[in-house]
Design a protein around this ligand. Structure first.
Ligand SMILES: Cc1ncc(COP(=O)(O)O)c(C=O)c1O
Length: 429
């Protein structure tokens, strides 16, 4: 701890000198009781849990207020007369969402929640046959992705234990080369939720498609974290949530990407609702869908405006700063945090398990800590030091400096607090 304590001044200097000023003041940062001698920065949390749930933009309350106000004053007329008319509201999100994931506008739509979207997309893109019905996921996939693909395999009458192939990320390309002819679907987290590893999206997509499989990506930990090129990499489809790096609030709406080459394919099975049909004839009330050649044809229900408003605000903020600038800052912050954590780990039974190469990770660093369950440790970090991290029990904590609002000083606080708690633990062993 003593080695990194004097670096606080340096952390403040790094913040002052950084070419991308933090937007922290535009977010509601949870308060922290800093006592008598705290700096303003220390009276707020050092919130490094944006990979789990991003912070609330201060502008959101007014945005939601606008929608509530329009609803109050206009009732049903708000569909066409609200300041942002509700009927075509989702169109406002299309272009910024496309920029965020590197897609063409017609390839994306914001709707539902992440796992619901995974299922809707698998209705179209998991078409198993007796010869080709395997689904490849990573062995450290987020559990709900595993539940989703297992339930899809079972739904089609296959045994999930044999249909779902769980692979180490280093084994995926080899497996596709050797056994790709039995793979129907590859579904991987582009940034792994546990280790923070950024997979080689281009290489895996190319290998999966060359093997004749469909390739889908879960971008939950990638959207708003790393630059993405979903169209150019040739992925068949992708889905992401917007409550992590995108700061759109707990359970907020999710996104979908479907590659252009599938948009006009009338042979794809889809589950339909009235938002699947062509908006120009929606109110003709015809009994059958009139298809549209955009990702909108995967929509089912009319969009929840109060849930869309936070996503729109979020996408505006990402457009204002831009992913290239955010990524550059993210690399600076995470690299700095890594250097401090290395110092902490040098004298503690702890190890950073995230790849060292900045090109192979996003903002998040995961630290494996030997000893007692890490749950109480992350509680202490939060309650005593105001440092929000998260515990992946029993032995991993995750720290993610989000470049939109985190600072070098947040990283310094996290590392010094971790050093203090670990040395305290060692004393009591
Ligand atoms: C990689 C990944 N996939 C899926 C999910 C589940 O998403 P939801 O509950 O929003 O459907 C999460 C949630 O954190 C996640 O991190």
């Amino acid at each position: 701890m003593t080695a990194i304590m004097p670096l606080e001044k340096q952390a403040f200097e790094l913040d002052a000198a950084d070419p991308l000023p933090t937007r922290r003041a535009e977010f509601c940062v949870p308060p922290h009781d800093c006592g008598q001698d705290g700096t303003v920065a220390a009276c707020e949390a050092a919130y490094l849990a944006g990979n789990s749930l991003g912070l609330q933009p201060k502008a959101l309350a007014a945005r939601l207020g606008d929608e509530l106000d329009d609803w109050a004053k206009l009732g049903v007329e708000g569909h066409t007369r609200a300041r942002r008319a509700w009927l075509p509201y989702h169109e406002l999100l299309r272009e910024p969402a496309a920029r965020l994931v590197g897609a063409r506008p017609e390839e994306v739509v914001i709707m539902n929640s992440l796992t619901v979207n995974l299922h809707l997309l698998m209705v179209s893109f998991y078409r198993p046959t007796r010869q080709r019905h395997a689904i490849v996921i990573e062995d450290s996939a987020f559990p709900s992705d595993s539940y989703a693909v297992r339930s899809q395999a079972a739904f089609h009458g296959y045994d999930p234990d044999s249909a779902v192939v769980r692979l180490g990320t280093e084994d995926i390309l080899g497996y596709l080369g050797e056994h790709g002819d039995r793979v129907a679907l590859v579904l991987l987290g582009a940034v792994n939720y546990f280790t923070g590893e950024l997979l080689d999206i281009d290489a895996i997509t190319a290998a999966g498609r060359a093997a004749g499989a469909v390739v889908g990506w879960d971008l939950a930990h990638a959207a708003g974290n790393v630059p993405l090129r979903m169209h150019d990499c040739g992925a068949d489809w992708a889905a992401w949530c917007s409550y992590k790096y995108l700061n759109a609030g707990p359970g907020s709406l999710a996104g979908v990407f479907v590659h252009q080459r599938h948009l006009a394919d009338r042979g794809l099975p889809k589950l339909a609702g009235w938002w699947s049909t062509d908006p120009r004839t929606r109110f003709a009330m015809a009994p059958a869908v009139t298809p549209v050649d955009t990702a909108d044809s995967w929509q089912v229900s009319n969009p929840p405006i109060l849930a869309m408003a936070p996503v729109l605000l979020s996408l505006e903020m990402f457009d204002q700063t831009g992913m290239p600038a955010l990524r550059a800052k993210s690399e600076r912050l995470t690299g700095y945090l890594e250097s401090l954590l290395d110092e902490v780990c040098a004298t503690a039974p702890a190890k950073v398990i995230t790849p060292r190469d900045p090109d192979r990770r996003g903002a998040q660093l995961s630290v494996r800590i030997a000893g007692p369950d890490v749950g109480p440790l992350t509680d202490r970090l939060r309650d005593e030091f105001g440092v929000f991290t998260d515990a992946r029990r029993p032995d991993v904590i995750r720290l993610a400096p989000a470049p939109m609002y985190n600072t070098f000083h947040d990283c310094w606080r996290a590392a010094t607090a971790l050093a203090a708690v670990l040395s305290d633990q060692a004393r009591h062993e």
